[in-house]
Design a protein around this ligand. Structure first.
Ligand code: FPP
Length: 257
């Protein structure tokens, strides 16, 4: 039975949607006198752990920030190594993901990724499309501002075409125009690597997320760190704009809010 995150701070609550900024690969590699791409390669192991563990815990959606729209600014050798790593990891892991009931989705400006990665993406998405145990969303060449600008452009085109009136644009319409539209809002954001910022990740979807920052560098992020993040989440009282007293009364009077 899946315990859905409640608004009351239910100690058993499991986040429905977990999003992760996997930071610290470069520092992990540097501290071992290795090239940066060795850190990215070492980052695959915690990705596997996250997928297995989140699926087992009843998380419905796991979104990983694999490559930001700003990461194109990195040295070309590192960008190329990352693209190779994505292609190889996708081809290697897709059968296992399929067996484990994981459905894959990609968000981001995929047209700039090149034909080989795009082919691997299409194959992985189509192979896993009927799975329903957990959705794994890989954000590649993704930026929160890019997504917001895209949504604005989409709505503006509908207005221009006479299909939509400006006064019909509200939060629900805007949200429906985002790449992340089919996903539930993020309940828990985890960032490894010691920095405490959002780095242009899911700007709209993080509006009410609980934010968990871990000092562990991403390749060192293990089940222990994930458990700590889940424990942190289970203790949070999610108020969504209401007062603590309102939430307590609601919990008291309904038992389960
Ligand atoms: C940020 O660390 C990490 C990245 C830009 C790449 C993340 C990619 C992986 C972990 C590989 C995952 C693969 C799949 C298929 C999902 P950083 O390089 O900014 O680290 P630093 O802050 O220490 O320099």
């Amino acid at each position: 039975m899946i315990a859905i995150a409640s608004e009351s701070g239910d100690a058993e609550a499991v986040p429905r949607h977990v999003a992760v900024i996997m930071d610290g690969n470069g520092r992990w590699a540097r501290s071992r006198a290795l090239p940066r791409h060795a850190g990215h390669k070492a980052g695959i192991k915690p990705v596997r752990m996250m997928v297995e563990s989140c699926a087992q815990s009843g998380v419905e959606v796991l979104t990983l920030f694999a490559f930001s729209s700003e990461n194109w600014r990195r040295p070309p050798e590192e960008v190329n190594a990352l693209m190779r790593l994505f292609i190889e990891a996708l081809r290697r892991e897709v059968a296992e993901l399929y067996r484990n009931g994981i459905r894959l989705r990609f968000i981001g400006q995929l047209d700039g990724l090149g034909p080989e990665l795009n082919r691997a993406i299409s194959e992985a998405v189509s192979k896993t499309r009927d799975n329903a145990r957990m959705e794994l969303v890989l954000a590649v060449a993704y930026g929160g501002r890019w997504d917001l600008a895209g949504a604005a452009r989409k709505l503006a085109r509908e207005v221009e075409a006479g299909e939509l009136r400006v006064d019909q644009i509200d939060e629900a319409r805007f949200e429906a125009a985002l790449e992340t539209a089919p996903l539930p809002p993020v309940d828990l954001l985890i960032r490894s690597g010691g920095e405490q910022r959002i780095s242009n990740f899911l700007l709209w979807d993080l509006a009410y997320s609980e934010l968990y920052f871990s000092d562990a560098l991403w390749p060192d992020f293990t089940q222990t760190q994930l458990n700590a993040a889940f424990e942190f989440y289970a203790k949070r009282q999610r108020r969504f704009g209401r007062t603590a007293e309102q939430i307590e009364v609601q919990t008291f009077s309904h038992g389960v809010p």
